[in-house]
Ligand binder design. Structure first.
Ligand SMILES: NC(=O)c1ccc[n+]([C@@H]2O[C@H](COP(=O)([O-])OP(=O)(O)OC[C@H]3O[C@@H](n4cnc5c(N)ncnc54)[C@H](O)[C@@H]3O)[C@@H](O)[C@H]2O)c1
Ligand SMILES: O=C(O)[C@H](O)COP(=O)(O)O
Length: 517
């Protein structure tokens, strides 16, 4: 990685160690001491490596585009953010693809070798022009569209197969959006620019290669698994495929490959992103993004979390703390049978990015069932439990300058809690299950539901006092005089299961739940 990455981390006060060439065992032995891991494509980060890295590792930064070398679902499940740098090397990689097109069209590597061997084989190297030929792009995202632009400059006609390319964008790029079979039939040159996913693996399969135009030339600067290498070799040997230029291989590093030595094959060792400019770009970008996340909570270009700018993050922080506490409160009081969650925001909260607020509610809620939940994996846990999650942004006059409310759907009906920010920072509960109670949500509390009657507070205080539990604050609310009353008691000492049982036996008590925040 370009040394500018390490320099940025240091400038921003993050200690950084550079450890190239570690064996997997050496990697696992040290990774548990780091908050962040920045990698290029040659470092494969699998679930086992992540298990050695948690609980400390919070973020993996990929100085490049493809994240197929990182087990993203495993990272998400472990609460680790994965970020990449989507644009930093796209021009460079597109230029490599164009260089490969020329190299194939004029057999430049073979001509160079032959000339330097003193053979002067002028008649052997009869090339083809690019001008007027049809280039088929499989994948027309950032890199594919730059290739299309450069190819237009070379007077090529460009067709593209990309199910996610809109007709408007195709028009803007001046490419014909076609189905894969049509591209295979029409293209004189094919260049691949998709990520490697379950859908794209083997997209140039034996069957697909058989449908290509005789004499087709193929460039792959995307990922090795996209082409069936054995079928490609046969196609090159039979002459159906006039040439292939590969920067990427099914097995990397490709020190041996059955394709090597096949006629009309050009290979480079995964050099697509290897220019000074691209490496500086991705190094700076990955370091800035990771530092923003570790120092400020900003999230940019994460592949497993919604974005949150470094400017927004400090403004959202108190709201996320409130949201997490409300989620935690409702998770502890409403029990395990929660089927749906609705997050509502009003007032000042309604003007903010809502995704992180919802993420924090889910992290608090799911955190009552598992210690390993955070903002990254909470939505996955929620999905696994079949929770239906809704977000509602109200634009109406409210009593509080800002309000976040969480309603959970349970077998007993909906249960709602709401809170505000006091002095724009401190999380304060204002409503619990329809009872107005103002309470700061502090680390240890007890939630008590009882029948409103004289003497209850005295007996509660006596029981806690006898158990050596000091009361910090006492907050009360009730539906009506003599009806259901709610107490939220902040305490300085832990509440044991025995004490909880004792509290449950006090006259008029209906429910006691010790809470932690
Ligand atoms: N050789 C290198 O050094 C190098 C450098 C950079 C990137 N890459 C590879 O290039 C890939 C593309 O990079 P990008 O920046 O253009 O990514 P991108 O996400 O901007 O574009 C990828 C395009 O592929 C399309 N796509 C997805 N699934 C598809 C499918 N089944 N069929 C057809 N199209 C499909 C997407 O719609 C998208 O438009 C990266 O994922 C990476 O693997 C390689
Ligand atoms: O996906 C990418 O960005 C490329 O594969 C380049 O990665 P590298 O420069 O880290 O090899």
């Amino acid at each position: 990685m370009d040394p500018r990455a390490a320099a940025i981390f240091r400038e921003r006060g993050i200690q950084v160690d550079e450890k190239p060439g570690l064996t997997p065992e050496e990697f696992k032995a040290i990774i548990g001491d780091y908050d962040g891991l920045a990698v290029r494509s040659s470092t494969r980060v699998n679930a086992e490596a992540m298990d050695a890295a948690i609980p400390r590792l919070k973020v993996i930064g990929r100085a490049g585009i493809g994240v197929d070398t990182i087990d993203v679902p495993a990272a998400t499940a472990r609460g680790i953010v994965v970020m990449n740098t989507p644009f930093g090397n796209s021009i460079t990689t597109a230029e490599h693809a164009i260089a490969m097109l020329f190299a194939l069209a004029r057999e430049i590597p073979a001509a160079d070798q032959s000339t330097q061997a003193g053979k002067w084989e002028k008649n052997r190297f009869m090339g083809v022009e690019l001008s007027g030929k049809t280039l088929g792009l499989i994948g027309c995202g950032n890199i594919g569209s730059i290739v299309a632009d450069r190819a237009h400059g070379l007077k090529m006609k460009v067709v593209a197969y990309d199910p996610f390319l809109s007709p408007e964008r195709a028009l803007e790029l001046g490419v014909d959006k076609v189905e894969l079979d049509e591209l295979l039939r029409r293209a004189d040159f094919i260049s691949l620019h998709t990520p490697l996913t379950d859908q794209t693996r083997g997209i140039l399969s034996r069957e697909a290669l058989a449908k290509t135009k005789p004499g087709v030339r193929i460039v792959n600067c995307a990922r090795g698994g996209l082409i069936d290498e054995a079928a490609l070799k046969e196609g090159l040997e039979s002459g159906h495929i006039a040439g292939a230029a590969l920067d990427v291989f099914m097995q990397e590093p490709a020190k041996e490959n059955p394709l090597f030595g096949t006629p009309n094959l050009i290979c480079t060792p995964h050099l697509g992103a290897s220019t000074n400019e691209a490496q500086v770009n991705v190094a700076i970008q990955v370091a800035e993004q990771m530092a923003d996340f570790l120092l400020l909570g900003g999230i940019t270009n994460a592949v497993n979390m919604p974005s949150l700018s470094a400017e927004e993050a400090p403004r959202l922080k108190p709201y996320m703390a409130l949201a997490e506490k409300l989620g935690r409160l409702v998770g502890q009081v409403a029990g395990a049978d929660i089927r749906s969650v609705a997050v509502e925001v009003e007032g000042a909260a309604a003007e903010l990015n809502m995704k992180p607020i919802t993420g924090a509610v889910l992290a608090g809620l799911m955190g009552t069932y598992s210690d390993t939940v955070n903002m990254v994996n909470a939505p996955v846990y929620a999905k696994e439990r079949g929770l239906d999650v809704k977000e509602v942004r109200h634009e109406r006059e409210v009593d509080y300058h800002t309000l976040v409310a969480v309603t959970v759907g349970t077998a007993e009906g909906d249960k709602r809690v709401a809170g505000t920010l006091f002095g724009n920072r401190a999380a304060r509960l204002v409503d619990i299950f329809g009872v107005a109670v103002e309470a700061d949500l502090t680390p240890r509390m007890i939630y008590i539901v009882n029948t409103d009657a004289p003497g209850f507070i005295g007996s509660l205080g006596t029981t806690l006092g006898k158990a050596g539990v000091n009361i910090a604050t006492f907050n009360l609310g009730r539906r009506k005089a003599g009806g259901e009353a709610v107490a939220l008691v902040a305490v300085d000492d832990p509440i044991t299961p025995e004490l909880t049982e004792e509290l449950r036996k006090l006259p008029g008590v209906r429910q006691v739940v010790p809470l932690t925040f």
